[in-house]
Ligand binder design. Structure first.
Ligand SMILES: Nc1ncnc2c1ncn2[C@@H]1O[C@H](COP(=O)(O)OP(=O)(O)OP(=O)(O)O)[C@@H](O)[C@H]1O
Length: 662
């Protein structure tokens, strides 16, 4: 290849290059033969190393080869004068040559790369390239800073069952014969997984461990994470009834805190059903009745100041707000005798804004410090009001003005209150768990063995009932009502709870559905269409009306209940076969509790989520983060399937518009 390639042929050499080569030749000739042998050898070895001469010289001058050389000036200062001149001429030549090469279209790289003659590259130490440190995996991070008790949680297979025997032997259930008979009367013949573990733990064989007071060896606290509808309520109601039945005097010994009034009513019914014939007094405090009425129901003696308090009930089921009211405003309302403190739906209650209810409740169960109680004991009021020392809980005996003979001088008495925490979506927040001041806590996690154990709880990958089937339909927002009507008629979605995002949206959907059903009935031949009854259930309704609606729904006089998240937690209605999230839930916890209103106690159930197109990404993200996306089947509904409903829908829409503009 002559003249066409990028290499420079001798005859094509520019004047500058010819001058440069001539000078180079002269320099070599004049160079003394001694020293820098290798440098000379290198220089002779070819064009590629032409610029290595000056670099080698620089290295010779710099004794500390590895020290970084900041700039070319430093090099120039130390270089012998004559040599510097040569180098300068050389670089001038090279620069000219490069300029000419570029003009001729030759790349600098290909024409011997001579430009960085003055920068002593070889002397620069090489630094490692910047790189991000390896981040620990999500699961490793999730396990950091966790309560050791949570890490050591006992994992229980949800399929575990234990038959409840008739007759003498308890069959490992730890239940009395009376209780087993009662359960049988209620149609309960076996214990569910969570109950098989909790009953032996809360009802040990040792009678001392079943005692009402254990001030020197207080019981361990427990935290339970179990799917919705898995029988957590019975898991605490049964042991409480069994232990409290041994009491002689009525004191407030079990406090059950729940987030809503509806749940209080439901748990009360369970206590009453199972505690029938055991003589225990059950009370509630929710604010549904006047404060003074509640006071008169809870406390026997409000006139005097009693050290041991006074109670008309053995078990109090309440919401946290009303509990605070009684703690501060009801004379002789005392928590010192508590043997059980149950916090059901614990994650919800611990997240509530008036969370310091918990600090106050825990303080009320703890004996006051000795010094403070000594002072209190000298108050004339306390002395005069003191009735019987046996009215004071053992851990509070030091608050008496009498000398109390210690059983062992160094032993301090502790509260006998055992804390029991339950949720289908137990909190992983170490701060919130620490606030509970758990005593030697034991965790139980009810979950399939193929899952990752406690890591799933920590990573909020909640367990769901195995009998639940989940679907989602992605549609345009304008088509959502039509899609819902389609579900009701094509997929027989009745006996259903439908969740919306607000009370307003509930009311609108119910009215629209009503108009739709009427239009459908008008169109059909008289009597051939059975109209579906839909009702709203929201916090706007008075408590009495809400109760009536729930009763009608339970009796199946109402087929669909449209509600906000008010009843998404805990509510247990056995015939609910479908749950529809008309508006997508805001997070995985809400989703778990909503869909958990069906597929309870081993029954089958279907959950449907209507997802507006613009929400699809967000909702799928929630499911994906919880490793649950593949469990939710996507259903596509074509125009053809919807078209028979369109005329009724349009009529209903027109009527709704009219109703709102009227
Ligand atoms: N051993 C059992 N045998 C038959 N039915 C049971 C048994 N234990 C509980 N149930 C029934 O199962 C249903 C669900 O129980 P429960 O309300 O206690 O569930 P849960 O775990 O508290 O659910 P959620 O987390 O939704 O509150 C109730 O109707 C209850 O009566």
């Amino acid at each position: 290849m002559t003249g066409t390639g990028n290499s420079v042929k001798p005859k094509e050499r520019t004047k500058a290059k010819q001058r440069y080569l001539r000078r180079k030749k002269e320099r070599r000739k004049n160079k003394p033969k001694t020293g820098a042998k290798s440098a000379n050898a290198d220089a002779e070895s070819g064009d590629e190393d032409e610029h290595s001469g000056p670099e080698e010289n620089v290295e010779d001058i710099h004794p500390a080869k590895d020290l970084p050389i900041e700039n070319g000036d430093e090099v120039k200062e130390k270089r012998p004068k004559k040599r510097r001149k040569v180098v300068e001429e050389e670089s001038k030549d090279v620069e000219m040559m490069v300029a000419e090469d570029v003009e001729h279209g030759d790349s600098v790289m290909e024409s011997q790369q001579p430009a960085r003659v003055l920068t002593p590259q070889a002397a620069l130490p090489s630094f490692p390239l910047p790189a991000l440190p390896h981040a620990p995996s999500k699961s490793v991070l999730a396990m950091q800073g966790l309560d050791q008790a949570l890490v050591d949680a006992e994992i229980v297979d949800p399929e575990t069952m234990l038959p409840i025997p008739d007759g003498e032997g308890d069959g490992g259930t730890m239940l009395s014969e009376k209780m087993r008979k009662r359960l049988k009367d209620l149609g309960i013949t076996e214990l569910f997984a969570v109950q098989t573990r909790l009953l032996p733990f809360l009802l040990p064989q040792d009678p001392f461990k079943r005692a009402l007071y254990q001030p020197y060896d207080p019981p361990r606290d427990i935290c339970v994470s179990a799917p919705t509808g898995s029988g957590k309520t019975l898991a605490y109601v049964l042991p409480i009834i069994e232990i409290l039945s041994s009491r002689i005097i009525t004191r407030l010994r079990a406090l059950i805190v729940l987030p809503t009034r509806d749940l209080v009513t439901q748990v009360r019914e369970t206590f009453e059903a199972l505690g029938k014939g055991r003589g225990l007094q059950i009370g509630t405090a929710t604010g549904q009745q006047s404060f003074s009425h509640e006071q008169s129901q809870l406390v026997a003696d409000r006139s005097s100041n009693l050290k041991g308090g006074s109670s008309k009930v053995d078990v109090l089921i309440c919401t946290p707000g009303r509990l605070m009211d009684h703690l501060h405003g009801t004379p002789n309302f005392s928590l010192q005798h508590l043997r059980f403190l149950v916090i059901d739906e614990a994650d919800r209650l611990l997240a509530q804004s008036f969370q310091d209810w918990l600090i106050q409740v825990l303080a009320a169960t703890r004996p006051p410090p000795k010094a403070a109680s000594d002072q209190a004991s000298y108050s004339p009021m306390a002395k005069s009001s003191l009735s019987f020392p046996d009215a004071v809980a053992p851990a509070f005996l030091h608050t008496l003005p009498y000398p109390v003979i210690p059983t062992f001088p160094t032993e301090t008495r502790e509260s006998s209150c055992q804390k029991l925490l339950f949720s289908a979506t137990l909190t992983r927040d170490p701060g919130k768990i620490a606030a509970l001041e758990l005593r030697n806590a034991k965790y139980f996690v009810i979950q399939e063995s193929k899952k990752e154990g406690v890591l799933d709880v920590v990573m909020e990958k909640f367990s769901m009932p195995s009998t639940l089937t989940e679907h989602m339909i992605v549609c345009e927002s304008s088509q959502k009502p039509l899609m819902f009507f389609h579900l009701v008629h094509a997929h027989k979605v009745t006996n259903a709870l439908v969740f919306t995002k607000s009370a307003e949206s509930t009311t609108r959907l119910v009215r629209l559905f009503d108009f739709f059903e009427k239009a459908r009935a008008r169109h059909a031949m008289a009597g051939s269409v059975q109209q579906i009854v839909v009702h709203a259930y929201s916090s706007d309704l008075p408590a009495g009306e809400r109760k009536t609606i729930l009763e009608k729904f339970r009796a199946q006089e109402i087929q669909i209940l449209v509600c906000s998240d008010l009843i998404s937690r805990g509510i247990d209605i056995s015939h609910v076969s479908h749950v529809v999230s008309y508006d997508v839930p805001v997070d995985m916890r809400k989703y778990v509790h909503r869909v958990g209103r069906t597929a309870r106690a081993g029954r089958a159930g279907d959950a449907w989520t209507l997802v507006e197109e613009q929400e699809a990404r967000y909702f799928k993200g929630i499911l994906r983060d919880a490793d649950h996306l593949e469990k939710v089947k996507r259903i596509r509904v074509g125009e053809k399937e919807l078209s028979p409903l369109v005329p009724f829908y349009e009529t209903a829409l027109g009527q709704l518009k009219e109703a709102y503009t009227r």
